[in-house]
Design a protein around this ligand. Structure first.
Ligand code: AMP
Length: 445
């Protein structure tokens, strides 16, 4: 049997309601902060990720899905979005139109990691990037946006971890100090950490090994060596988070794996998703645009893992959505009325919509689609009894019986499934009548 590739997952119809709900919430919250959606291709030239994320990171070193196309160009399925957003920002000169670009995305990502709960090879992230300002207000805004999304989902077991990496010059001094400190215990460090000592020393803090962590216990922390400007910005971020009632803790070991981060860095972890506990991570990257060939442009952003967030929701028993309803199920009493029922269903679906409430009319800057009037009937020539069973399972608001004696006298019977009331209506007026009955009973879409 052919199966989905290890580390990829089908999102089945039963799970889609939660995905749609999460995506809607993401769009709503970003829109309320005036972020605009951006979509970029699923693959890019490999050089983009190598140059931005850094050759020595796990992502570039071990995890990318890279292949040669027929023209012998090395392409990579995107492992993260910031590099692609920045590439598009430079390519389309977005800063010419406005000095500050606030962008958000929802997209699949690809990393060849060892699959486990909460760690996939194709997964989905939403995230935001604000390009064009060094203001720490944006650092705080980015954290508030993602916290708000998680909080609105109902997640409670959250910890916001915050650190500042300073600017590169202060970091370089610190790296030398840390190297001197770790060289004293070099022999006791794990092989991976020893490699990082020369290549990406800050990443040693990410080591999961207790022996490494034991050595790091007395290591100097970067936060104590950052420059004055970074310190002042960090104070502002902390004040703004306090003002917005976002609980956070300073984690001096939070260094994150990517080379392009400067100043603020943060992560939100859930106590409820096991070893893969990070729901999102982000920070400031004031040097990336320049590094990729653009005009020097500061930036700050984050990415959040949607599978992990939904896993946390499941574990905290939140985002428990009611079963989706349909509005009308047409029960065919006579099999030879199939064509009539088919036409009636088409007509009802075409001509009637569930009215939007005033505050639902404009979403994400576009007129949102009307909510369709959901109509279903039997295609399998089932008995009336089994059609009723289906109608009940579909959680329908109304059932329409077509056929039998009433039909011969020009009538059909409409049943309100929540009150049990049923009454005959004339066939020629039945569409408006069904819809009016529905509207008078309708409270919630
Ligand atoms: P990163 O881009 O590595 O900072 O990751 C940001 C977020 O994406 C993480 O906090 C996770 O929630 C999620 N994430 C990263 N890698 C994976 C993966 N392999 N599978 C599922 N989620 C992931």
């Amino acid at each position: 049997m052919l199966k989905a590739i290890t580390g990829t997952k089908d999102i089945l119809p039963t799970e889609m309601q939660k995905w749609n709900c999460l995506e809607k919430l993401v769009k709503e919250i970003f829109t309320s902060f005036n972020y605009k959606e951006i979509r970029t291709p699923i693959f890019e030239e490999t050089a983009l990720f190598a140059r931005s994320i850094g050759e020595e990171t796990d992502i570039v070193g071990k995890e990318m899905y890279t292949f040669l196309d027929k023209g012998q160009t090395s392409l990579t399925l995107k492992p993260e979005m910031t590099a692609s957003v920045v590439r598009a920002f430079i390519e389309h000169s977005l800063s010419k139109h406005q000095p500050l670009n606030k962008l958000f995305y929802i997209s699949p990502m690809f990393r060849q990691e060892k699959p486990q709960a909460g760690r996939l090879r194709q997964f989905h992230q939403f995230g935001g990037e604000a390009l064009g300002s060094t203001s720490p207000l944006l650092d705080a805004e980015i954290i508030i946006i993602v916290y708000k999304i998680l909080f609105k989902l109902g997640l409670k077991d959250l910890a916001v971890k915050l650190n500042s990496l300073g600017i590169p010059s202060s970091r370089e001094n610190y790296k030398n100090l840390l190297r001197d400190f770790l060289n004293n215990s070099k022999d006791k460090l794990s092989q991976d950490s020893r490699k990082r000592l020369d290549q990406n020393i800050l990443r040693i803090f990410d080591s999961k090994l207790e022996s490494d962590q034991e050595i790091l216990k007395d290591a100097p922390f970067l936060i104590d060596f950052i420059d004055e400007e970074s310190k002042a910005d960090f104070e502002i971020v902390k004040t703004l988070l306090n003002q917005s009632n976002i609980p956070f803790e300073i984690d001096p070991k939070l260094v994150r794996g990517l080379d392009y981060y400067t100043k603020t860095t943060f992560e939100i972890v859930s106590g409820k998703v096991g070893s893969q506990s990070a729901l999102c991570g982000g920070g400031r990257y004031d040097l990336l645009v320049e590094q990729l060939g653009g005009e020097p442009t500061p930036g700050v952003g984050f990415a959040a893992g949607m599978e992990r967030i939904l896993l946390a929701c499941e574990n905290e028993k939140v985002l428990d959505l009611p079963h989706e309803k349909i509005n009308l199920y047409i029960v065919k009493i006579d099999k030879n009325l199939s064509e009539k029922v088919f036409e009636l269903a088409i007509n009802l679906r075409d001509n009637y919509q569930i009215p939007l409430k005033e505050n639902e009319k404009y979403q994400n800057g576009v007129i949102s689609l009307n909510i369709p009037f959901k109509v279903e009937f039997d295609y399998l020539d089932r008995s009336v009894k089994s059609q009723m069973r289906v109608a009940n399972n579909l959680n329908t608001n109304f059932v329409l019986f077509v056929g039998g004696e009433e039909y011969n006298t020009g009538k059909v019977i409409l049943k309100n499934m929540s009150t049990g009331e049923q009454f005959p209506i004339a066939i020629e007026k039945c569409k408006d009548e069904i819809y009016n009955q529905f509207l008078s009973s309708y409270s919630d879409p």
